[in-house]
Design a protein. Structure first.
Length: 404
């Protein structure tokens, strides 16, 4: 297009309106075949001593009715007039007109018009007006559109430049603070809010935004406190497990039930931090069943749990023969079942993994600590034990099967 802006049509529109009025009068005259009394003085007053000549194809030559530029647009007098009218505007007038157009598109609150609004604000900036305050406004206006589009880096760039042109442009501080908030740079957002409040300490939007930032920072601080507490507790636990208890932790072999995968594998059993509590898994190979004990303290005896789980009455549903009674059961574990996971507390360079074997816990009065402390027991992430009916045919077959 030969025009840098559509606002140049305004002057032509006013003139075109008067031409249209005259044509309507002439048209009505032809249709009615009657004389129309036109006041000559009125025509001269409206159009000058020489009223414009109206051609039959006048509509095709008028910019207001053009869908696109004609091939001979350079020879079109009306287009040339509009072009000349725009060129007569000062840079500030053009910039202000661009800003007004940008505002109109932005007010439509429709994403498809935002890029058009940005283009107008950019045109206003390209006029390089001498008024620094105006230049600052064009920048903050463009930043408002980029906020809507989520272009937060662009918002910051425009607002920082706007502050250079006008250090008291409060909108620049607010929008820069909001962009930093959206980028989750809450500390920087608070600093920017404070800079804005130094200019206007009562600015409501900035005060509200600062409170939101401070709330976020407090939430982050509390989360970090919890994280650090958990991390410290984890380190204390690891030190206790490896350095104090000398337990050997290995990779998982027996998957935990899905509902318990998020459970802590071990934790402190007492406030004094002198005993651990583990998750323990019992597996019943004969019936393809298992139990997951969420709290099994180090000093708990196996018999104490078996009594609760397998009393003499009210047997478990899958034990149709009622064989699983606490005093009729034997517990096994597999030695060297997995490799040891290295840690910062123990040196396992001389520790040798031997061939795995099934080891019977002959006395159910043993505690969990008794077994975990065994040289041949490597905890497969979760202490796991297999339970069988004493002297059963299945147990004999199971132990003789090398695949087990």
């Amino acid at each position: 297009s030969p025009f840098s802006h559509p606002s140049a049509f305004v002057e032509f529109t006013l003139h075109f309106s008067k031409i249209t009025q005259l044509k309507i009068i002439m048209s009505n005259n032809e249709n009615s075949n009657k004389d129309v009394n036109v006041d000559k003085d009125e025509v001269v007053s409206t159009f000058g001593p020489e009223p414009p000549k109206i051609d039959d194809d006048w509509e095709t030559n008028e910019p207001l009715f053009m869908d696109s530029l004609p091939d001979d647009w350079e020879n079109n007098e009306n287009l040339a007039a509009l072009r000349a009218s725009e060129q007569e505007m000062t840079p500030l007038e053009r910039a202000e007109d661009y800003k007004a157009q940008g505002n109109e598109f932005f007010k439509r609150n429709d994403k498809k018009y935002y890029k058009i609004a940005i283009s107008f604000y950019t045109k206003a900036l390209n006029e390089n007006v001498d008024d620094k305050g105006k230049h600052s406004i064009y920048l903050t206006n463009r930043s408002a559109v980029n906020l809507k589009l989520g272009n937060y880096r662009m918002v910051l760039n425009d607002c920082e430049e706007a502050m250079e042109y006008d250090s008291k442009n409060i909108k620049a501080y607010y929008r820069a603070s909001l962009a930093l908030f959206k980028l989750r740079k809450y500390d920087e957002s608070v600093d920017m809010c404070n800079r804005g409040l130094e200019i206007n300490k009562k600015q409501k939007d900035i005060r509200i935004l600062k409170k939101k930032c401070e709330k976020k920072l407090e939430e982050i601080r509390k989360k970090e406190e919890v994280r650090q507490k958990i991390l410290l507790e984890k380190r204390e636990l690891e030190k206790y497990i490896y350095d104090t208890r000398k337990y050997k932790m290995g990779k998982a072999i027996y998957p935990a039930p899905p509902q318990f995968k998020s459970e802590k594998k071990y934790q402190w059993a007492t406030e004094e931090h002198d005993e651990l509590s583990f998750n323990v898994q019992f597996i019943y190979p004969e019936h393809s069943q298992s139990d997951f004990v969420q709290v099994f303290n180090e000093d708990d005896r196996f018999i104490d749990h078996l009594v609760q789980m397998f009393p003499t009455v009210n047997c478990v549903p899958w034990d149709v023969k009622s064989q699983y009674v606490f005093d009729n059961l034997v517990i096994y574990y597999k030695s060297y079942v997995t490799n040891i996971i290295p840690n910062n507390y123990c040196d396992y360079s001389n520790f040798k993994i031997k061939s795995p074997k099934w080891i019977s816990i002959k006395d159910n009065l043993y505690t969990l600590r008794d077994i975990l402390s065994q040289e041949n027991y490597v905890i497969p992430e979760i202490p796991t034990f297999h339970i069988f009916v004493k002297n059963s045919k299945f147990l004999s077959t199971f132990l003789s099967d090398k695949n087990n």
